[in-house]
Design a protein around this ligand. Structure first.
Ligand SMILES: [Fe+2]
Length: 287
């Protein structure tokens, strides 16, 4: 995909815009048997992924071994190499729940707070960039915990429509720096500098981004600053390109690491009823 080829870009742009508005329920695939998804179900997921970079699924029968079956589903749509992270379980699918564990105290995903717009693994090293992501809901929150999504290709398109200079700025290899993560004097993750937008080997667009103001250093140049402000404004506006969906038990999201955020939530009192999601981060795209 060469987005700097103007003829190609104009056709691509029209095709992307023509996909909206869309209701997230129309991008949901029902999977009859979580242990063995049918080829037609997998094809439907691929169809949505190719167009929107995300798709939703629902296991019709509650899976007996959710983590194992989520993992299998991921494998069958090319999500094969799990990236490790600090808080992953032994099998590298990460349980996302409110937790007080040592070392997780700083990470908003493990609280009931709102999570601002981001792509996953934006602090990862260049060779560990996350291209695919899966989020499976075992138990929803009592209230809230809505996921919002925006295809990162749409974010690119809107930025370029506003000013092509924004794209040049965000493709700069020093556009975006995440300082080192230091816990009790120990560097547990070194600083990472890199572009926001890049293209991976097969030509698909990749995005590293976090709307957090804390712990993010943007390149000090007017176009970069204006581009980041454009994105911050976008998060405050209503837009047909932002989809909202609250995952229910047995449902999940598969995506090519699109932009996403989460609203705050209220958990049940009983530990066995608290919100529980499983997340897998992969080095491949889903297809
Ligand atoms: Fe995320």
């Amino acid at each position: 995909m060469n987005l700097w080829d103007e003829d190609f870009y104009q056709i691509w742009r029209e095709q992307k815009l023509a996909l909206y508005p869309v209701n997230p329920n129309d991008l949901l695939v029902e999977i009859q048997d979580a242990a063995t998804p049918r080829p037609a179900e997998l094809q439907q997921l691929s169809f949505y992924l190719a167009r929107y970079n995300f798709a939703l699924y629902r296991f019709i029968k509650p899976p007996k071994a959710p983590k194992q079956q989520v993992h299998q589903l991921a494998q069958s749509i090319s999500l094969k190499t799990l990236a490790h992270n600090l808080c992953a379980d032994v099998d590298s699918l990460t349980a996302i729940q409110v937790t007080q564990h040592q070392g997780q105290h700083d990470y908003i995903p493990y609280t009931d707070k709102k999570l601002s717009w981001h792509t996953d693994g934006y602090y990862n090293a260049p060779d560990e960039q996350i291209h695919g992501m899966l989020l499976h809901c075992a138990r929803p929150a009592l209230q809230g915990g809505e996921t919002q999504l925006m295809d990162h290709e749409l974010a690119y398109l809107l930025l370029r429509d506003a000013n092509p200079e924004y794209i040049h700025a965000l493709q700069h290899p020093e556009a975006f720096t995440i300082p080192a993560n230091i816990l009790e004097g120990k560097v547990i993750r070194p600083a990472q500098t890199g572009p926001v937008f890049s293209f991976n080997a097969e030509g698909s667009l990749h995005m590293r981004y976090s709307a957090r103001q804390k712990n993010v250093l943007w390149r000090d140049d007017p176009s970069t600053q204006a581009a980041t402000q454009f994105l911050l404004n976008l998060w405050e506006q209503e837009s047909v390109y932002k989809l909202r969906y609250t995952l229910q038990a047995g449902e999940g999201l598969i995506c090519n690491n699109v932009l996403h955020c989460r609203t705050a939530f209220v958990d049940a009192e009983e530990p066995e009823k608290k919100r529980l999601l499983y997340r897998g981060r992969y080095l491949e795209r889903a297809n």
